[in-house]
Every structure is written in structure tokens, then in C-alpha cells.
Write a protein that binds this ligand. Structure first.
Ligand code: ADP
Ligand code: ZN
Length: 741
């Protein structure tokens, strides 16, 4: 692209300064110059930066917090570089630009880093597939037939592919090729995306029961109102939440071009959800997740931007797709911790979905059987509408939950399944029903140690044990991925055959199952066995068709699945999530147990759930057994309120890391010495993180707690502006932390 010398006088009069935000870790937009007609805010442009050309977005500066211009504000116009090109992709909408700013301010991430989640240069610049379209030339063919005339008439009206012209004219493809040969039709390569098929909202859903009909009416009226409206749809597992929000989606889809975003946890594993959607709306929704090929990704992104992808279902990152006409947002399993992104920009997709809906002025539905305490508080204080469905649909009943006290009824040595659970498994199999054994631990055993010298196998790069995966003959660090073949000798004392596995993982429970029920058909379901959507789909279909008798799985299997023949759930270690001092340990265990219990007895047969525990009196376990759901959550809420913990107070984690322990320690001291002091503010730490070393980086943590009504970001900004940390130390701020590791 040729440009005028930009510091020539006539040029200066006409060229103007514009701001361009680049998808890099930068705090603000840079200045460039452009010739009129100036590209409007939102346009995607190509600009020079250093020796490279980069994709960016023309940014507007109307937000008061935007420190306009950054370093380049002082740069004289004559030294600014001109933009290189304006790309012909849809502009970033104003609401998307405000959303990017909002997320950056809230998470304290660089503005450009948030833009990067919304605008991937590869996606923007990737070429669409091309198709040959044929249009008529001035050459009249020597021989003219009626068919040839019909084809030429069609091509004159709208050029098209050979196939397309054949269909429209009724001629064979041979006729069209003949016209091409005769020079009467000429080809032109057209870049085009195949549009996604349109979902059909007119197929009626099932007849709703009264609770469902009321819930659906609330949702559909919010959709019709076309205004921001956050709604908590709380319903026990199997109450029909999916059917209810499908009604809202059907209503939204009746308006041409209206788009819907559905966020689900662990998107790759939701084949059942996709099937249900297809059964109701006739087509598959558009999927957005990490397993898409670059071509699928490019097509989805561009079709969403053009407003032609009507329903997008995705994991957290779908929140940053460039919807042209977003009209409804659904967050399913809103309590799920996987909505919190734990690397890069640290954000909670559930919370940011509400923000996006607010900026777009559309309803957002948070659906779950076990709302997060944050969401419940918002419902209680009236910020969110609250719909409750307390019974399963039809005759299905909620399962009965019982404890097995492992102190009184222990498994025999080397076993993990207690006699009562084992007997019930045998009975369930005899009735031709299915069992699920749940243990949230991948691999064979969480710890391998030497019988002779006591050495534990640990990761050379992290403060973590190596977990044996016997299936692959490896030991693996679940934090950094380090792995090596399982050693045959103790690395310390060189003892042979002295290494022993301690404690159970799913592989070990599976081994016990095959030993004790050799005839039963077994499936192990973890992120190690469900490595692709296809593998997940295959396993799920096997369970649905009754080709599996016993499932041993981690939390991956607890989410949303509906297996009518599954009637027994055994939780191998119900105390597992309660160890440690995580703020949400109780709440999470509660949610997880309710989810996994929710897999049992979803059809005509009643379900039974056993919790194997050493502490049946623990408040979480006790309330699960007694089934007093509200009591548990209100107790949990009281405790948090007393401690000023979220959602009644605000938290931010400060994580210091670096290769040099001395520097990390020093950074902690500097932060502590400058910590803010005021009523309503408390600072804990610094202290070594529970995961004190990760990927060879030493880690220390601080925690800032403020009252709920205090601007925690401003407090942090003031604090961090006062300190200068050693160069080798990296500081990450985690607003509303979920992980305290
Ligand atoms: P949830 O999402 O609350 O767990 P689902 O929407 O998955 O509940 O419903 C559980 C099961 O009951 C599904 O198989 C669903 O198709 C069925 N179901 C729910 N509501 C109805 C209804 N009104 N008529 C027929 N089947 C229903
Ligand atoms: Zn490691």
C-alpha cells in the first residue's frame, strides 16, 4: 500500500491522529495517523509496530478511566506512523469495546490482553475458503438450447457455482460445463463461508409441568422485553432446567438475526446437550472450544460476527465472540469452578457473562441445581430474579443419600470399596442397572513412596507428588505435566521393588472393580480417557445403550449427564474435598456431591447414593444425608458473613513468583511494608504458597480482603503504584480468587 509522505504539509492538514488498540499486553491504545475518510472506531486495521505489521482495532476514548494515549500521547504528530490498511472484516461493536474495557478494569489485566481474547489476529486475517462462481460473458455460444438459455438467465440474475446454477436452472452440470467450454460463462473465485444452518424454533417442545411453565414464562417475557435482566434458574437435577431455557431460546430465535450464547463447562463433553439441541431445533448449534480446527474456528468467528451463527455453545472463551446481535445469554451449571480462568487474564466467565449481558441490554440466565453463594446472595438481595423448581420432572424422584462410616464398616486391606457398597453394587448389577463410582483423583495412586527409606516421588520442578498412571506406566506431575516412566528402583536408596502406591486414584478403584466383579463391563471416565469429543461421545453412547455396567470416574462425569439406567452412585472418598483450608471447600464439596448424586435414578428407578466417609458428622456430609439444602447454604453464608469473606467481602490474591527465592521473599516484604491500612481493609501474608514451587518458580502469596462496598481495584492500584519490585519477580493479581494454591 502506497501512502503520501506523511509529514508533508498538505498531508498534515488532512491526516489525523487515531487511536489503535493492539491485542498485546499493553495498557492502552497507541496513536497512529490516517487519511480521511478516517476508519471509524471498531474498524479492524493493520498498523506498523517496530518492524512488524499488527492487527488492531480503532479505539475510541470516551471512557473517563481510559488514560488516553499512554506513552505516545506526547509523541509529535509528525513522528506518528500511518496505518497500513483497513481490513474488510466486521467492526468491533461499541458494546464489545466497552465490554473489553470493563473486563480489563475489573480484572486489572492490560487492556490489550483482554482485546486479545476478543480478537485473534490469525482468525481475522485467515482467508476464507474460495469457491468458483460463474457469470455470463458477452460470448454467445454457437449452439443455443433452451437449457443453455435457462442457465445463462440464472447466471445473469446471480452468478453461482456449477452446482448452484444446475439446481436453480434445472440443467445438468454437463450443460454448464459446456457453456464454460464455449466461453459463454467465466469463472471468478469468491471467498465465502458456508453459512451454518438455521435452527428452527417452531418445533414445539415437550408439554411443560406447572413449575416449568411458570419458569419458562418468566424467561420468555424477559427475552421479549429485550432488556438486561439477570435470572437465577435454580432447579434440582432432573427438574427440566434445560427444557425451560430451550423455551426462552425458541422465543429469542423467532426474531430474525437474534443470536444466543450458551456457556457450558467442559464443552467438549456435552454430546448429550448437542443431541438434545438438535432434537429440538433441527440442527446442531455452532460450537466454540479448543478442539476446533483452525478452519472451523475461522468460520465460526466470522459467521458470528456477520450475525449468521444464531446459537453458539461454548466454553468460557465464547464470551468474547463478536456477536452482531446478541439477544440472550445462558450460563449452564453457573456454580462450576471451571468458569474461572486460571491463566492469562484471570476472569470468571459466569460473572463476566452477566456484565456482557448488561452492556448489551439482554437477559442472562444462570442455571444450576446448586447455586454459588455469590449468585444466591444476588438473588436474595433482588439483583437477580430467582426461579426455583424443587421436584424432578414426572415420576423421577431425588435419590436417597446415605453415609458409610469407614471406621465402622471398613474395606478389607487393599480394597477401597466398603462391604455395604460392594453388596449394593452386586444387587444393582443383578437388576441390570448401572453403578457409578466417583473419585476425584486421576491416575492409580496420588503418592508413591519407598518402603525402605521413606522417599516420596516428587516433581523436580514443583512442590508436588508425582502421580502414578499405571495405564501408561508413567508418573506424572498434575501441575506442570512433567512425566517419566515409573521408576523400578527407589531414586534415593536404590532399593529394588521397594516403591509402593499409597491411596487410591480412579485406576486403582477400577482395578478393584475388575477383580471383584470380573463379569461387569467397566468404563473409566477421566480427562485421561476422554481425550477428545469423539472418545467422550463413544463412551457416553455406550453408557446410554447399556453396554457399560460400572463407571469409575472423576468430576468429568458429574456434569449434566442423563443416564436412565444409572441407579447407584458410590462416592469413594467423600472427605477428599473437605481437607485443606480452601475458602470454598465446603460449598464445592456440597455442589459436587449434589451433582454426582444427581446422576442417580433420573428415570423410573429410584437412585441411591453412598458417601464413604471417616467423618459422617462433618456439616457438609451431615446435611447431604439429611437433605436440608437450604440449611447448609445459610449456615455457610452465616460463616462467610461473620468472617467478611466473599460474597460478603471482597478478596484479591497477589501471587509473587520468580526463579530466585530471595527476590520473591523480598518482594513480599516490600508489598507488606506498603500495604494499605484503613478500616475495612485487611492484608494477609506474605507466605509461601501451598504450591510453593511451580515450574521451577518460587511462589509467595498475599491476600487482600476489603469490605464489600470498597473499590478493591482502586485500592490495589494505589498500593502497587507505591512499590517497586525486584525485576526478576512477577506479580499477578487475582480478583475474586477461586484457587488459593
Ligand atoms: P435438568 O437440566 O434440570 O437436569 P433436564 O432438562 O435435563 O433437567 O430434564 C431431565 C429429563 O427429563 C430429560 O430427559 C428431559 O428431557 C425430561 N423432561 C424434563 N421436562 C420434561 C417435560 N416437561 N416433558 C417431558 N420430558 C421432560
Ligand atoms: Zn511439576
Amino acid at each position: 500500500m502506497t501512502r503520501k509522505e506523511h509529514h508533508s504539509l498538505p498531508g498534515l492538514l488532512r491526516e489525523q491522529r487515531i487511536k489503535v488498540l493492539l491485542p498485546l499486553a499493553v495498557e492502552s491504545a497507541f496513536d497512529y495517523i490516517a487519511e480521511p475518510p478516517l476508519p471509524l472506531p471498531g474498524r479492524v486495521v493493520l498498523v506498523p509496530l517496530g518492524k512488524k505489521q499488527r492487527v488492531g482495532v480503532v479505539w475510541d476514548d470516551d471512557s473517563p478511566d481510559n488514560k488516553s494515549g499512554g506513552d505516545q500521547d506526547t509523541v509529535d504528530a509528525s513522528r506518528l506512523k500511518p496505518i497500513a490498511d483497513v481490513l474488510s472484516v466486521p467492526s468491533m461493536t461499541p458494546s464489545m469495546r466497552r465490554f473489553v474495557e470493563w473486563v480489563a478494569r475489573y480484572t486489572m489485566a492490560p487492556l490489550g490482553s483482554v482485546l486479545k481474547m476478543a480478537l485473534s489476529p490469525q482468525l481475522v486475517t485467515a482467508k476464507a475458503p474460495t469457491q468458483m462462481h460463474y457469470y455470463p460473458t458477452n460470448n454467445v455460444p454457437d449452439r443455443m438450447t433452451d437449457m443453455r438459455k435457462a442457465v445463462l438467465a440464472c447466471a445473469t440474475e446471480t452468478p453461482g457455482t456449477v452446482r448452484d446454477l444446475a439446481v436453480r436452472s434445472g440443467a445438468s452440470e454437463g450443460v454448464i460445463r459446456g457453456l464454460v467450454k464455449a466461453g459463454a460463462l467465466a469463472a471468478q473465485a469468491i471467498e465465502t463461508d458456508r453459512p451454518f444452518p438455521e435452527p428452527d424454533p417452531s418445533t414445539p417442545g415437550p408439554i411443560l409441568n406447572d413449575d416449568q411453565a411458570n419458569a419458562a414464562a418468566t424467561l420468555t417475557s424477559a427475552v421479549t422485553a429485550r432488556a438486561f435482566s439477570p435470572i437465577l434458574l435454580e432447579g434440582v437435577t432432573g427438574s427440566g432446567k434445560t427444557e425451560v431455557y430451550f423455551e426462552a431460546m425458541a422465543t429469542a430465535l423467532t426474531r430474525p438475526h437474534a443470536q444466543i450464547l450458551v456457556l457450558l463447562p467442559e464443552i467438549a463433553l456435552t454430546s448429550q446437550w448437542l443431541d438434545r439441541f438438535e432434537a429440538r431445533f433441527g440442527v446442531r448449534p455452532v460450537e466454540w472450544h479448543s478442539d476446533l480446527t483452525p478452519a472451523e474456528r475461522r468460520r465460526a468467528w466470522h459467521e458470528v460476527a456477520k450475525g449468521r451463527a444464531r446459537v453458539v455453545v461454548g466454553a468460557r472463551s465464547a464470551l468474547f465472540l463478536p456477536f452482531a446481535d446478541l439477544s440472550l445469554v445462558i450460563v449452564d451449571e453457573e456454580h462450576d469452578p471451571s468458569f474461572k480462568q486460571e491463566d492469562g487474564v484471570l476472569y470468571n466467565a459466569r460473572d463476566m457473562a452477566v456484565v456482557r449481558a448488561q452492556i448489551e441490554g439482554v437477559p442472562v440466565v444462570l442455571s444450576t441445581a446448586t447455586p454459588a453463594l455469590e449468585t444466591l446472595l444476588n438473588a436474595k438481595t433482588g439483583r437477580y430474579k430467582h426461579i426455583r423448581m424443587t421436584a424432578r420432572h414426572g415420576d423421577a424422584e431425588l435419590p436417597e443419600i446415605k453415609a458409610i462410616d469407614l471406621r465402622l464398616d471398613p474395606p478389607s486391606s487393599n480394597d477401597w470399596i466398603a462391604p455395604l457398597l460392594a453388596d449394593t453394587i452386586t444387587e444393582t448389577l443383578a437388576r441390570n442397572e448401572q453403578c457409578l463410582l466417583f473419585l476425584n483423583r486421576r491416575g492409580y495412586a496420588p503418592l508413591t513412596l519407598c518402603r525402605t527409606c521413606g522417599t516420596r516421588l516428587t516433581c523436580p520442578h514443583c512442590t508436588a507428588w508425582l502421580v502414578e498412571h499405571r495405564q501408561h506406566g508413567h508418573v506424572i506431575c498434575h501441575h506442570c505435566g512433567f512425566n517419566q516412566p515409573t521408576p523400578q528402583r527407589c531414586p534415593d536408596c536404590d532399593g529394588e521393588k521397594t516403591l509402593v502406591a499409597c491411596g487410591p486414584g480412579v485406576e486403582r478403584v477400577a482395578e478393584e472393580v475388575s477383580r471383584r466383579w470380573p463379569g461387569a463391563r467397566l468404563a473409566v471416565m477421566t480427562s485421561d480417557t476422554m481425550t477428545s469429543p469423539a472418545k467422550a461421545y463413544a463412551l457416553i453412547s455406550q453408557i446410554e445403550s447399556g453396554a457399560i455396567d460400572i463407571i469409575v470416574g472423576t468430576q468429568i462425569i458429574t456434569k449434566g449427564y442423563h443416564f436412565p439406567k444409572l441407579t447407584l452412585v458410590g462416592v469413594v472418598d467423600a472427605d477428599l474435598g473437605l481437607r485443606g483450608s480452601d475458602l470454598r471447600a465446603g460449598e464445592r464439596t456440597w455442589q459436587q456431591m449434589m451433582q454426582v448424586a444427581g446422576r442417580a435414578g433420573r428415570a423410573e428407578h429410584k437412585g441411591l447414593v453412598f458417601l464413604q466417609t471417616y467423618d459422617p458428622g462433618h456439616p457438609v456430609t451431615d446435611s447431604l444425608i439429611r437433605g436440608d439444602h437450604d440449611a447448609f447454604m445459610s449456615r455457610e453464608a452465616d460463616e462467610r458473613q461473620q468472617a467478611g469473606m466473599p460474597p460478603f467481602g471482597r478478596l484479591a490474591g497477589l501471587i509473587l513468583s520468580g526463579p530466585d527465592l530471595g527476590a520473591v521473599t523480598k518482594a513480599g516484604k516490600i508489598l507488606a511494608a506498603n500495604a494499605p491500612m484503613a478500616k475495612g481493609i485487611e492484608v494477609y501474608g506474605p507466605a509461601p504458597a501451598p504450591l510453593a514451587r511451580l515450574r521451577d518458580q518460587h511462589r509467595h502469596r498475599l491476600l487482600l480482603k476489603t469490605a464489600r462496598n470498597m473499590p478493591i481495584q482502586t485500592i490495589l492500584n494505589d498500593w502497587l503504584a507505591r512499590v517497586k519490585l525486584p525485576n526478576s519477580v512477577r506479580l499477578r493479581v487475582d480478583i475474586d480468587p477461586y484457587s488459593f494454591m
